[in-house]
Write a protein that binds this ligand. Structure first.
Ligand code: EPZ
Length: 418
């Protein structure tokens, strides 16, 4: 298995171009089931995307990848589609469950493996099924599969989500696309990745309006056959490199982004005393002499994202005083803490709140990645630790970070993959 070896304390300077968003690409790939010919550009060629492409191929979508241009051409089919998403393809990548809505709404049936849990939590899909049932689907769970059907087709409905869920909002939008009449979703997730899915669906011929957490959708008659779409930038990748710059940046420029989408993250970094300047499509950031402690709670967008919690925790280890992080989204998302403590971080967990006292000196160690975002927080810790850090199981990183070591090496980091 591959490892990353990081030689710490090397000041970073240079420019990092941010890739397309994994979490926007996945639902948009699921949406291509609803379309004819789709060309996606600015696609991050990371492991999860290839897993989703394998699933779409299994279903019957024709796929052509242009790695150089980072674009994908997908051609849907009217018939002989396989409306099955097997366990082997969904178990490693939970977002496979997003094919449920489009298959059901277009082919009136779908058999999709329950995604199962992962390191950060049980990851139920009850809210997904709640929405599909409201649209008229008959759903049963058998042998670890969701078996859904809608013989007369789905019907538009008013759906108020009891809790906010990114995936359930996406599945409901995709299912509502083919439903007769109007669908109104309330208490939706409104992450930028969902807004990118909405802009893709509008190109398919959908009338969609968004007001706060309320999304109204009506399918127009004139379905478009040919659709081109460029994926929005990855705000979590951007946030990760902003923290790298705050930790050990002489001066780093993060480009190909929309800074206003990162308002919450930028405000927090400024409050901590980080030197940060915003431009039209980029942000420049440098390490400051002194970092102030801060308390944050992870929330749905536009709040502070759970996907940046582990990364910010590393920065908090260098802030003076006691910082706190309350993880409100997932039940087990502190897997990076034991490994950070082995590197010298002073962190205690008390009822879902991490208490981080700093500044603490980190020392390189051999550590193990457990999930995508926890692994990148270990990379950040390695960048500022004394001597060498060895990170095992970096396949977690490859699921969601495109060219990570290349982007860091271009900024003079001492990172190599062995
Ligand atoms: C998406 O996961 C992202 N994944 C996650 O990013 C991200 O952490 C999460 O949203 C929150 O922002 C993709 O977009 C592919 P949720 P998702 O449904 O949709 C509970 C990464 O690192 N819930 O918003 O699964 C759930 O257990 C990944 O890129 C239910 O109870 O997240 C969680 O506690 C990790 N029932 C909370 O809601 C449901 O039916 C939020 O989950 C669905 C979710």
């Amino acid at each position: 298995m591959q490892k990353l070896i990081i030689k710490g304390k090397k000041k970073l300077s240079g420019t990092i171009s941010i890739s397309g968003s994994k979490n926007a690409t996945l639902p948009i790939l699921a949406a291509t089931i609803l379309a004819g010919n789709v060309t996606l550009t600015n696609v991050p060629l990371v492991k999860d995307i290839f897993t989703m492409l394998d699933l779409l191929k299994f279903i019957g979508i024709k796929i052509k990848i242009n790695r150089l241009r980072r674009s994908i051409k997908l051609t849907g089919k009217k018939k002989n589609i396989n409306t099955l998403a097997p366990y082997k393809l969904v178990k490693t990548m939970r977002a496979g469950v997003l094919v449920l809505g489009p298959l059901l709404t277009k082919y009136k049936k779908a058999k999709v493996s329950l995604p199962g849990g992962c390191a950060i939590g049980t990851r139920p899909v009850d809210l997904h099924l709640f929405a599909l049932k409201k649209l008229g689907a008959k759903i049963k769970i058998k042998d670890g599969y969701i078996i859904a059907e809608a013989k007369e087709g789905l019907k538009g409905a008013k759906i108020k989500f009891p809790n906010i869920s990114v995936g359930a909002t996406e599945n409901a939008l995709l299912a509502a696309y083919g439903a007769s009449g109007k669908t109104i979703l309330s208490n939706c997730a409104i992450e930028p990745e969902i807004l990118d899915l909405v802009s893709f669906m509008k190109k398919l011929g959908c009338k969609i309006t968004i007001k706060g957490r309320r999304i109204a959708l009506v399918k127009k008659k004139n379905e478009r056959e040919k659709v081109n779409h460029s994926i929005i930038f990855d705000r979590i990748e951007a946030g990760t490199y902003l923290v790298a710059g705050a930790l050990i940046g002489k001066k780093i420029i993060i480009k190909d982004i929309k800074p206003k989408i990162l308002k919450c993250e930028v405000d927090i970094l400024k409050k901590m005393g980080v030197k940060i300047n915003l431009f039209k499509n980029s942000i420049s950031i440098s390490k400051s002499k002194r970092l102030n402690k801060i308390n944050i709670t992870t929330k749905p967008y536009p709040g502070f994202p759970t996907d940046l919690q582990g990364q910010l925790m590393v920065l908090m280890t260098q802030a003076k005083g006691l910082s706190k992080i309350k993880e409100n989204i997932f039940e087990n998302r502190f897997m990076h803490v034991p490994e950070l403590k082995r590197m010298g971080a002073k962190i205690e967990i008390k009822n879902k709140i991490a208490l981080i006292s700093g500044p603490s000196k980190l020392t390189g160690a051999e550590v193990m990645a457990t999930d995508l975002r926890a692994s990148v927080s270990l990379v950040l810790a390695g960048l500022i630790a004394d001597n060498r850090t060895i990170i095992n199981r970096i396949y977690h990183l490859d699921r969601g970070y495109e060219f990570l070591e290349k982007k860091l090496k271009n900024c003079k980091a001492g990172v190599k993959r062995v």
